[in-house]
Design a protein around this ligand. Structure first.
Ligand code: ADP
Ligand code: MG
Length: 320
């Protein structure tokens, strides 16, 4: 950003201040924009993946990149409690990716699209000078007025997540550090390369009618929870000892001397859902959800480990 550095989120605020949004439409500031359409709301989002920033050709197969490109976008619809209906894919391929790489990319993209039954309905194809650029637009729907926003958290709510945190960050470390692919390490790598967006869970959570705020975990809870707190005007206590952490990650962290809590709270791309609801929601859904803290008055996150205050080093991933 040259000399006036406002950061990634400051820049988005600047963009937002330049545009008037028509009444009844929700624009910038959540996982999707929300546009009323008859008795439904349309949920629209777009996410970009760049070679060298989001993936390395040397570390992920083309199929994996295709999978993940679709997955991160489906996850943004899941984050609102929506049903994904269609994606649109724009690609910029340098010469050396225009043949086999591109075809295998589409294979991975098609594989996940089939699982979630979401058709690809359009896009754009261009050449690129050096790096691969990928962008997806996604359209989802939910019944009118039922989308779950980041702004719905209330004091007294319990904070939940839908699954293990930190596996993806552990998998990324394993790739970057070239760890031997033991079965445990391989599982972390798989979670990094082939995330499963929580689409069914997101819809089921919306249908309970009990969820306050919801979003997906793309940058790590240390960063993502702050978005819920800011949008809702509340604070939080998070109990690090309650975070769901896989035995794979625990074991690999022990073996490698990695900091488990930094990875679980600061590491991104697990694409689990982060949401707030009354504590007894645990008994009313037929899939695992994990309480990790509570919403309190005030602002910011107070991290605790076994009853003691804890200072996290990381604040999650920000692009600039
Ligand atoms: P997510 O991680 O869920 O994709 P982001 O943190 O990337 O969300 O973005 C936060 C919000 O800012 C979203 O509502 C997104 O649509 C919006 N946003 C991000 N970049 C831009 C941009 N260049 N122009 C307009 N809106 C943007
Ligand atoms: Mg999101």
């Amino acid at each position: 950003m040259g000399e006036s550095r406002v950061g990634e989120f400051g820049f988005i605020d600047q963009i937002k201040s330049r545009f008037d949004v028509p009444a009844g439409i929700f624009g910038i500031g959540d996982d999707c924009a929300v546009l009323p359409a008859g008795d439904e709301d349309w949920l629209v989002s777009t996410d970009m993946l760049l070679e060298g920033v989001h993936f390395l050709r040397s570390a992920s197969s083309a199929e994996d990149v295709g999978w993940k490109t679709a997955a991160v976008n489906l996850s943004d619809v899941a984050a609102m409690g929506g049903t994904p209906k269609a994606t649109f894919l724009s690609v910029g391929f340098p010469k050396d990716a225009q043949g086999t790489w591109a075809e295998r990319f589409i294979e991975g993209y098609a594989a996940i699209s089939k699982i979630y039954q979401v058709p690809l309905l359009g896009g754009d194809t261009t050449s690129s000078l050096r790096d691969i650029a990928l962008n997806v637009g996604v359209l989802g729907t939910c019944p009118r007025g039922t989308a779950l926003y980041r702004s719905g958290a209330r004091v007294g709510d319990t904070i939940f997540v839908t699954g293990a945190l930190g596996d993806s960050a552990g998998g990324l470390q394993a790739i970057l550090k070239n760890l031997e692919r033991t079965p445990l390490v391989q599982q972390l790598v798989e979670r990094h390369l082939r995330p499963m967006p929580r689409v069914k869970e997101g819809m089921a959570l919306r249908e309970t009618g009990c969820v306050g705020a919801m979003m997906d975990i793309s940058d790590g809870i240390a960063s993502d929870l702050r978005h819920i707190l800011k949008a809702s005007g509340v604070g939080a206590e998070v109990y690090l000892d309650q975070l769901p952490i896989s035995t794979e990650l625990k074991t690999v962290c022990q073996e490698q001397g990695w900091d488990l809590y930094e990875l679980a709270a600061g590491g991104g791309e697990d694409f689990e859902l982060l949401f707030t609801a009354p504590a007894d929601l645990v008994n009313r859904v037929d899939f695992p959800i994990f309480p990790i803290g509570k919403i309190v008055a005030g602002q910011g996150v107070k991290w605790q480990l076994n009853g003691n205050d804890y200072t996290l080093k990381t604040i999650g991933y920000q692009h600039f």
